[in-house]
Design a protein. Structure first.
Lengths: 246, 351
C-alpha cells in the first residue's frame, strides 16, 4: 500500500513516518507540507491512502479532499483537536487519528483502509463532509476550483454570480468563468443567504453586484448588474430579493 | 421618557404634591387675599395642577444642564430665564381662569390686584421646588444607572476570567505539543526532555498568574516567551520572534494572560499559514503618558478559513477595559498581509 503524508509540521511528519515504518506492507511515497503541495503530489504519485492534517497553510484538509475530485484515494484525517471535525468523521464513517498518534491506533486505521480498498468502499462525499465539519455559524468563505490542472481559490465576496449549466456550475468573477461539478441546491445550502440570492432556477446572485431591477414582462424581471450584465429573475427570486434588500 | 411617568407611584406622588400646593394656595388666598372660600378653592386647584403640568418640562432642562458640567453662572442665568418665563405663562393662565370663573356681568373684585404679588410669590416658590425636585430625581436616576453599570462590569470581568481559564488549557496547543514530544523522543531525546520542561514551566506559570487580578508586564512577557519557545519546537525555522520591551514599562500592571492569546493568534492565524513562516513581534513602550503594547505578525491573504470560533480578541478587549477603564483601548489593524493589535493603557503598578 502506497501512502502520502500531509502535515505542515516537520516533527509530526517524522513521527508518522516512524510509526508507519513499523507496519508491514506500507510504503511512504511522498510527504507534503501544505495544501497545494498535497493536491499536486496526490495527483502525481497516485497513492492508495493519504494521512491528511486538517489545518495547514493554503488549503485545509477538507479542501484538499474536495480538490482530489471524483476518485480520491482513501483518506485518514489527523487532528490534535477539532470537535466539529470529529463529529463529522463519526457521522460520515471517515477514518481519523488523534495527535499524538498512537502506533496501535495507526495500525488499526491502516487495517481499515486495507479493508476499504479491498471492498472498493466508495469514499465519502468531500462536499458533504466539509459541510458537516464546518463550525456552527460559519458559512462558505471561498470556492475552490480545479481547472486545466490549476487550483483557483475564489473568495466568496469576489464572485459576481453563479450560473447553472448541464451538470456543473459556472462561477463568474469579473467576466471570467470557472467551472465546478456541483449542484445549485448544494451551493445554495452552503452560501450566506444574506449576501447571495437564488434569483432564478439557474442563477445565484451576489446582491452587492446588483445595480437595478428592470421589469421585463408580466411576472418577470431582469437583474441588471453594475457591469451591465442582465440576468433573468423569476417571481419567487424577485420576492426573495425584495425581502432582503427591502 | 419622563421619569415621573415611568412608574405609577411616582405620578401619584407628583400629583399629590401639586394638590397640596393648590390647597395651600387657596388657604393663602382666603386669608391673605380675603377672597371667598369657595371661589379661592375653585381658582387655586386647577392653576396649581397647571403649574405642575408646566413644571414637567423642567426635566429636559435638568438633563441638558447636568450639575458640575456647566458653569454655575451660566446655569443660574438659564434657570432664571426659564423660571421667569414659566411664571409669566402661569400668571396668564391664572388670569384667564379667573376671568372664566367670574360670574357674568360682575366686575373683577377690587382686591384682585392685591392678590397678584401673592400669586407671583406662590408661583415662584412652586417653580423653585419643582426644579429642585427634578434635580433630585436626576441624581437618583444617575446613581441607579451607575450601579447598573458597575454590575455589568463585574459580570464582564467574571466572564473574561472564565474564558481566560479555558484559553489556558487550549487543547490544540496541548495535544500538538505532546505530538512534538512524541516525535522528539525517537530522534532527539534531549530536545524532548527540554520540551517537557518548557511545557511544565508554561502551564505552571499560567496557572499561578491566572489567580491574580493584575501582574507586572515583565511576568506576562516571560510567559509569552515560554509559549513561543514551545511553538518554535513545533514550527522550527518557520517561527521567528522579536521582543522589544522598554525598561520603563516592565513593572506596568496588565491583566494576566492578556498577551498570551494575542501571541497565540499571531502564530495560529498568522505565521502557521505562511509557507516560509514569519516573525511574531512583541513590543512595549511609553507613549504620550500611556503604555503601548503591540503584537504584530505577517499573514497570508489566501489562508484557509479559520476553524476556530475566535473569542480571544474580544476577551482581551473586555479585560483591558475592566482593569483600566475608559482610558484604555485595544486597536486592531488587519491588513492583507499583516495583522497588528495594539493595546493602550494607563501606566499603573500592580497592587
Amino acid at each position: 500500500m502506497r501512502a502520502l503524508i500531509v502535515d505542515d509540521e516537520t516533527l509530526a511528519r517524522q513521527l508518522m513516518l516512524e510509526h508507519l515504518g513499523q507496519i508491514p506492507n506500507i510504503e511512504v511515497v511522498g510527504q507534503a507540507s501544505n495544501g497545494f503541495e498535497a493536491v499536486k503530489l496526490a495527483e502525481e504519485l497516485n497513492p492508495d491512502v493519504i494521512f491528511l492534517d486538517i489545518q495547514m497553510p493554503k488549503l485545509t484538509g477538507f479542501e484538499v479532499l474536495e480538490l482530489l475530485g471524483e476518485r480520491p484515494p482513501a483518506v485518514v484525517f489527523c487532528t490534535a483537536y477539532d470537535e466539529f471535525a470529529l463529529r463529522a468523521f463519526e457521522v460520515h464513517a471517515v477514518d481519523y487519528l488523534l495527535k499524538p498518534v498512537e502506533p496501535a491506533r495507526l495500525a488499526a486505521a491502516v487495517e481499515r483502509v486495507r479493508e476499504r480498498l479491498a471492498n472498493r468502499t466508495p469514499p465519502p462525499s468531500a462536499q458533504a463532509l466539509s459541510v458537516a465539519a464546518r463550525p456552527p455559524g460559519k458559512m462558505l468563505e471561498r470556492v475552490l476550483i480545479r481547472q486545466e490542472g490549476r487550483v483557483h481559490v475564489l473568495p466568496i465576496e469576489r464572485i459576481d454570480f453563479v450560473q447553472a449549466q448541464d451538470d456543473y456550475l459556472e462561477f463568474v468573477v469579473g467576466g471570467k468563468r470557472y467551472r465546478k461539478q456541483q449542484t445549485m441546491s448544494d451551493l445554495e445550502s452552503q452560501i450566506d443567504p444574506t449576501r447571495f440570492v437564488r434569483i432564478h432556477r439557474s442563477f445565484i446572485l451576489n446582491i452587492e453586484r446588483l445595480a437595478r431591477i428592470d421589469l421585463y414582462g408580466k411576472d418577470s424581471w431582469l437583474a441588471v448588474l453594475a457591469d451591465g450584465t442582465k440576468l433573468p429573475m423569476s417571481r419567487t427570486g424577485h420576492a426573495k430579493l425584495k425581502e432582503l434588500i427591502g | 421618557m419622563h421619569p415621573i411617568f415611568v412608574r405609577r407611584s411616582r405620578l401619584i406622588l407628583y400629583l399629590s404634591v401639586w394638590i397640596a400646593f393648590g390647597l395651600l394656595l387657596s388657604v393663602v388666598l382666603i386669608f391673605g387675599g380675603r377672597a371667598p372660600a369657595l371661589w379661592s378653592f375653585e381658582f387655586a386647584m386647577p392653576i396649581a395642577l397647571a403649574l405642575g403640568l408646566q413644571s414637567l418640562s423642567f426635566w429636559y432642562l435638568v438633563q441638558a444642564l447636568p450639575p458640575g458640567q456647566v458653569s454655575p453662572w451660566r446655569m443660574a442665568l438659564i434657570w432664571c430665564v426659564a423660571g421667569i418665563g414659566s411664571l409669566v405663562i402661569w400668571l396668564i393662565v391664572a388670569y384667564g381662569w379667573a376671568l372664566f370663573l367670574l360670574p357674568p356681568g360682575e366686575d373683577y373684585p377690587d382686591n384682585a390686584m392685591g392678590t397678584l404679588p401673592l400669586l407671583i410669590f406662590a408661583g415662584a416658590i412652586g417653580i423653585m421646588l419643582a426644579v429642585l425636585g427634578h434635580y433630585l430625581v436626576g441624581a437618583f436616576q444617575r446613581s441607579l444607572d451607575a450601579e447598573k453599570r458597575a454590575l455589568e462590569l463585574q459580570v464582564l470581568a467574571r466572564e473574561a476570567e472564565l474564558k481566560s481559564l479555558r484559553a489556558q488549557l487550549d487543547p490544540h496547543f496541548l495535544f500538538n505539543s505532546l505530538n512534538s514530544v512524541a516525535a522528539l523522543i525517537g530522534q532527539d531525546p534531549a530536545a524532548a526532555r527540554q520540551m517537557c520542561f518548557l511545557m511544565a514551566q508554561f502551564f505552571r506559570k499560567s496557572l499561578t498568574l491566572a489567580r491574580e487580578r493584575a501582574i507586572p508586564l515583565a511576568e506576562e512577557i516571560t510567559l509569552v516567551e515560554t509559549f513561543l519557545a514551545i511553538e518554535r519546537v513545533r514550527f522550527g525555522e518557520r517561527l521567528r520572534t522579536k521582543f522589544d520591551v522598554a525598561e520603563d514599562v516592565r513593572d506596568v500592571a496588565v491583566p494576566p494572560l492578556v498577551l498570551q492569546p494575542l501571541v497565540e493568534n499571531a502564530v495560529h492565524h498568522g505565521v502557521a499559514h505562511m509557507l516560509e513562516g514569519g516573525e511574531v513581534c512583541v513590543s512595549a513602550r511609553r507613549r504620550e503618558g500611556l503604555v503601548e503594547i503591540v503584537v504584530e505578525n505577517p499573514c497570508d491573504p489566501d489562508r484557509p478559513p479559520s476553524r476556530g470560533t475566535g473569542v480571544g480578541l474580544s476577551n482581551v478587549r473586555s479585560r483591558i477595559e475592566t482593569l483600566a477603564g475608559t482610558r484604555a483601548s485595544v486597536d486592531v489593524d488587519a491588513r492583507e498581509t499583516s495583522f497588528r493589535v495594539s493595546i493602550l493603557l494607563p501606566a499603573m503598578n500592580p497592587a
